[in-house]
Design a protein around this ligand. Structure first.
Ligand code: PLP
Length: 475
């Protein structure tokens, strides 16, 4: 398939973001245009992606089973979307398959089921993982964790040591491509080479990498080949419920799928089951063709812009953000803080403001400045505890408090996460608002305006002029 590369046009990218100029209400009254700095959670949708989805709805029908013309169109489009995804990361689809799932979490879980792990088997993962690349391994085998350094960067030596130490018991090395807490990128090529030397396949959790950097899973016989890659469409401008798992066909042709039912079989008799080919046998039930159309369309958009260009732009804004955040007195950035060292990271930056709880900073950014960030532990609690330097006693006090239904004072951070449409002005708005929050804190205004809910640990403005439930109605 030939794709015309248009080159990166930032102004155009920004214009193409649906809702980019949306105004949101502020606590004290008035409105501000929304600044979304929470892209690591989910990005907004691109207008061309939404347009493609709407265009497709005229042809939307059931996939794979209908004989009607629209059914055949939908089937063709759905199958082609798998190829678009595969070629985006240069997968060899003669030996690998693209499986559509709901999201990255489901993709990791699927691998955890399909590897046929047994008691005593180990998966070597790391201390910097999202829970989605940790908990699935704990329940199917046992996880061992390669350590991280003080700033949170992966300790490759430790990974290699653990590989040697546990030897044949390790069935998979599973690492994030980029951290959703510090933005640190892992050198997945080198990790793959280390794992393959030990005869172990590697899974890369690409949820925070694939939307921001070119990813090449390399030929199967290449030492740096990525055996399994997972990512989510809602983090790359296509929030229609699709996730991706790419892996070797042989894994998924062995044994039965974890979900069985319609679509997964060729022949069923009361006694026997003949599983269908791939990817059908791994995509049980009626597939999400709309999500597939959206993801393929988003990928084609990103390819036209050029993933390397996107990466470079995001690095520039990340560097600017680190520089400006470094100028805010009393603000501590975690992970890599040097604005000139953006080569091994994505635009995820976490920080705390001295003396102001992370939940309060996040709430005030939203309600004083119309700025969306995230706060808390970002589904990566072991990593967060390490970065925050909490000791076991502090940890057990926290668990005790949590069990008692009090989530106030739970340690965490504020996270800013960038995408290709963000610009330096977004960062200026952030800095301006952080300074305002500091001033409000000093004058006591912040404490007056915001209340803490102990059960959730979240802060809310006491006086809201427009409540979120008023602005969009389902009927
Ligand atoms: C690094 C990482 N892995 C996995 C996930 C899970 O993605 P999803 O919620 O789309 O399943 C996330 C989500 O934030 C993530 O940041």
């Amino acid at each position: 398939m030939f794709l015309k590369r248009e080159g990166f046009n930032h102004a155009r990218f920004r214009r193409d973001i649906v809702g980019i100029d949306k105004k949101v209400p502020l606590a004290g009254g008035g409105y501000a245009s929304y600044v979304n700095l929470d892209n690591a959670a989910s990005t907004p949708v691109l207008r061309p992606v939404l347009d493609k989805v709407i265009e497709f709805m005229d042809w939307y029908s059931s996939v794979h089973r209908g004989t009607g013309f629209k059914s055949q169109v939908s089937t063709h489009v759905y199958d082609e979307a798998h190829e678009v995804v595969g070629s985006f990361v240069k997968a060899d689809l003669s030996s690998n398959c693209v499986i559509f799932v709901k999201n990255a979490t489901e993709a990791v879980n699927k691998v955890s089921y399909r590897l046929g792990l047994a008691k005593g088997d180990l998966v070597l993962t790391t201390m910097m993982e999202h829970h989605s690349n940790d908990l699935p391994w704990r329940s199917k085998a046992a996880a061992v964790y390669a350590g991280v350094d003080r700033r949170g960067a992966l300790d490759l030596d430790d990974l290699e040591t653990k590989l040697r130490q546990y030897g044949r018991r390790i069935k998979l090395v599973s690492v994030s491509g980029a951290s959703n807490v510090t933005g640190f990128k892992n050198d997945v090529g080198s990790i793959a080479a280390i794992a393959h030397r030990a005869g172990v396949p590697i899974l890369v959790d690409g949820a925070q990498l694939v939307p921001h950097s070119p990813v090449d899973i390399k030929p199967d016989d290449h030492p740096e080949h990525i055996d399994y890659l997972v990512f989510s469409a809602h983090k790359m401008y296509a929030p229609f419920g699709t996730g991706v798992l790419i892996g070797p066909k042989r894994t998924f042709l062995t044994g039965a799928p974890e979900y069985t039912g319609g679509g997964t079989v060729n022949i069923v008799t009361p006694e026997t089951v003949e599983w269908a080919g791939l990817p059908d046998r791994e995509e049980a039930g009626s597939p999400n063709v709309v999500g597939a159309v959206a993801l393929a369309s988003a990928i084609q958009y990103l390819q036209r812009q050029g993933m390397r260009n996107i990466e470079n732009h995001e690095r520039t804004v990340t560097s600017y953000a680190l520089k400006r955040l470094g100028e805010v007195k009393g603000l501590r950035v975690y992970g890599e803080t040097d604005p000139n060292r953006t080569g091994n990271r994505v635009g995820v930056i976490t920080f705390n403001l001295d003396g102001i709880p992370h939940g309060l900073v996040a709430a005030a950014l939203a309600w004083e400045g119309g700025i969306a960030v995230r706060n808390g532990c970002f589904c990566a609690q072991p990593y967060m505890l390490h970065l925050l330097g909490l000791n076991p006693q502090q940890l057990s006090r926290l668990i005790h408090k949590k069990r008692a239904g009090d989530l106030s004072g739970i340690p965490g951070m504020v996270r800013v996460s960038l995408a290709a449409y963000n610009n330096k002005k977004d960062i200026d708005r952030l800095i301006e608002c952080l300074e305002k929050i500091k001033t409000m804190s000093r004058s006591g205004e912040l404490a007056k305006r915001y209340a803490l809910c102990r059960e959730t640990g979240a802060y809310y403005p006491r006086d809201v002029k427009v409540h979120p439930k008023e602005v969009f109605k389902l009927e």
